[in-house]
Design a protein around this ligand. Structure first.
Ligand code: GLU
Length: 491
């Protein structure tokens, strides 16, 4: 296996989303599988679109997901700099090489002229394309205009005849008639490159072996292979990933889907997922299966993915975002965490609610609540009462089904009597006499235990009652039952 050098090359224009993160994941897996390197490169040459904080968000997102890179803007590396605006000279040099070899030319057309050309073409129902005015300028004429200080771009000179065959690893050969191709700008008037030049130059200079990227680049893929070939470079293996579809499976994702996801406590943005209680292990596993031809419910850690990964098993078919599956994988991976690890991840959720958390209690409740967690923040619903001084049950919740307040108060009192007469409140000691009471009284267990549950936990749904009472402790439980009696008697 030849060590692969792969890269994740986001533009810092917005939030790191699932599409980007999945691209990064596959590039990472390929590098790790083959003992190669995974690189982060920031493609920030479209400075108007650069968003403050976006680069840091990408870095934080990759770290959170555990997709550690070997080279990148913040850690450096042999092939740096890894931020494209710091590589300006490299691109200008390469653009000149293409002009000198006859594969590119300076273009002096103004934006106004280009707009007019485009409008005329649209009127004629033609696809908008550059009309080639500057393609035929002589070398001397172009040099004169540059010397006179005219502003210009550099365009790549696409072949007019024949066809371009571009090979995608997942789709095979993609053949495009060259007459359909356009002379695209590769260097802008500000001297900065467009993606087409910058990415090709960097992938070559950084010795990238596999370009793993989104399928939105399939449209300009023929241009890219023509640029690489014009330089006479060896092509990388091109891997264009599948697109994501709406949760319904119909159509591409839209802003509206993103808003719907948030309403439903999910998100397309990596930065949100942590706060929503998702764990990176669950997110990574879920993402990995959208576009990789392994079984849909394969539970894997990142290391296990590395073992099983092959770029050949990626699939080009579109993948629908399914948040129910994210819930499933998150819950599954929560169950796989060690008690100590899960405790450490849950603690901030409690402390953020100003609950005082002692580690002993926290470790004891993990086995009681773990199975009930889909997201980490579910721990609040199932575990806050363990850390509260008092609980304040609603009076009506204390009344058992089919009984009134007075009867419920009697049951609470009797429970107090039984439990206070015991030597301890561990479940092995407390449960048998309470069950005996249910038997003798002719009440049903749901009625008695329901009152006891609401009294001691303050809520109708809780982890197993007697195990919970054991953790709450004898004194607190008795105090809470006494309090429940008082509430019921006041009704
Ligand atoms: N900067 C491009 C983007 O964010 C990168 C595409 C690529 O991976 O080559 O879409």
């Amino acid at each position: 296996m030849i060590p692969a050098r792969t890269r994740f090359a986001p533009s810092p224009t917005g939030h790191l989303h699932l599409g980007g993160a999945r691209t990064a994941l596959y590039a990472y897996l390929l590098a790790r599988k083959t003992g190669g390197q995974f690189i982060l490169r920031i493609e920030d040459t479209d400075m108007k679109r650069t968003a403050p904080g976006a680069e840091q968000e990408i870095i934080d997102g990759l770290r959170w997901l555990g997709l550690n890179y070997d080279e990148g803007p913040d850690i450096g590396g042999k092939f740096g700099p890894y931020r494209q605006t710091e590589r300006r000279e490299i691109y200008a040099h390469h653009a000149r090489l293409l002009v000198d070899s006859g594969h590119a030319y300076p273009c002096f057309c103004t934006t106004e002229r280009l707009d007019k050309v485009r409008q005329d073409q649209m009127k004629r129902k033609e696809n908008p394309h550059y009309d080639g005015t500057c393609r035929i300028l002589s070398h001397d004429e172009a040099a004169k205009r540059i010397a006179a200080g005219e502003s210009y771009t550099i365009r790549f000179k696409m072949p007019h005849d024949g066809a371009t065959v571009a090979h995608d690893h997942l789709r095979g050969d993609i053949v495009t008639e060259n007459k359909q191709l356009n002379d695209q700008v590769i260097l802008k008037t500000d001297g900065l490159p467009t993606y087409h030049l910058a990415a090709m130059v960097d992938d070559h200079e950084m010795q990238i072996t596999h370009v793993v990227r989104g399928s939105e680049w399939l449209g300009t893929f023929p241009l890219h292979v023509n640029i690489v070939r014009a330089f006479g470079w060896e092509e990388p293996t091109w891997v264009h990933l599948s697109v994501f579809l709406k949760p319904s499976g119909k159509g591409k994702l839209s802003k509206r889907d993103s808003a719907d996801a948030i309403k439903d406590d999910h998100s397309f943005y990596i930065k949100d997922l942590d706060g929503l209680g998702f764990i990176p292990e669950g997110v990574i596993n879920w993402m990995a299966l959208m576009g990789w031809g392994v079984a849909e419910d394969d539970v894997m850690t990142t290391d296990q993915m590395v073992d099983r990964f092959s770029v050949d098993s990626l699939t080009p078919s579109p993948a629908a975002i399914n948040f129910q599956r994210l819930d499933h994988f998150n819950a599954t991976h929560i169950r796989l965490l060690t008690t100590e690890d899960l405790a450490a991840r849950l603690k901030p959720y409690f402390t953020r609610q100003a609950l005082e958390v002692d580690n002993d209690t926290l470790l004891k409740i993990i086995p009681l609540i773990r199975e009930r967690l889909t997201t980490l923040d579910d721990c609040l619903a199932f575990g806050s009462f363990f850390f509260m001084e008092d609980v304040n049950p609603a009076a009506e919740d204390l009344i058992a089904k089919g009984l009134d307040a007075k009867q419920s108060a009697e049951i609470a009192k009797k429970s107090y009597e039984i439990l206070s007469g015991l030597s301890g409140i561990d479940h092995a000691t407390a449960e048998p006499p309470m069950r005996a009471y249910v038997e003798e009284s002719g009440l049903n267990a749901n009625q008695v235990f329901g009152i006891l549950r609401v009294a001691t936990t303050g809520q109708k749904v809780s982890p197993p009652l007697f195990e919970s009472m054991e953790v709450i402790g004898r004194e607190k439980c008795l105090q809470r039952i006494k309090n429940a009696v008082a509430i019921l008697e006041k009704m």
